[in-house]
Design a protein around this ligand. Structure first.
Ligand code: FES
Length: 105
């Protein structure tokens, strides 16, 4: 039997600059949810997605999973996305620290 051990990384959330502990291998949304920062999830199996988990990745972008076609298509529907934009439910944490910024509502 093989066991995998998740690496603990630091997830910093701007603009407050608060640092949280997160585990590699889980989505950014899951890490934010576990720390009480963001609690959104599309509840319809992803058919109609509201894209409310949009964040900007300021540091550690290369450590995250690559943007897949579905995420890219969803990002295209959001006004104000940039090259740092990710959907937290699609980005899986790697083994390096990540700094994100939550959009201002
Ligand atoms: S939870 Fe719906 S787009 Fe991320």
């Amino acid at each position: 039997m093989t066991s995998t051990t998740a690496t603990k990384i630091t997830l910093t959330v701007m603009p407050a600059g608060t640092a949280y502990e997160a585990e590699s291998g889980i989505t950014l949304l899951e890490a934010l949810s576990r720390n009480g920062v963001m609690k959104h999830e599309c509840d319809n199996g992803g058919k109609i997605c509201l894209n409310l988990c949009h964040v900007s990745v300021l540091e550690g972008r290369k450590s995250l999973s690559k943007v897949q076609r579905t995420e890219n298509e969803r990002l295209d529907q959001i006004v104000g996305v940039g090259s740092k934009s990710r959907l937290a439910c699609q980005a899986v944490l790697g083994e390096e620290a990540v700094t994100i910024e939550l959009p201002t509502l």
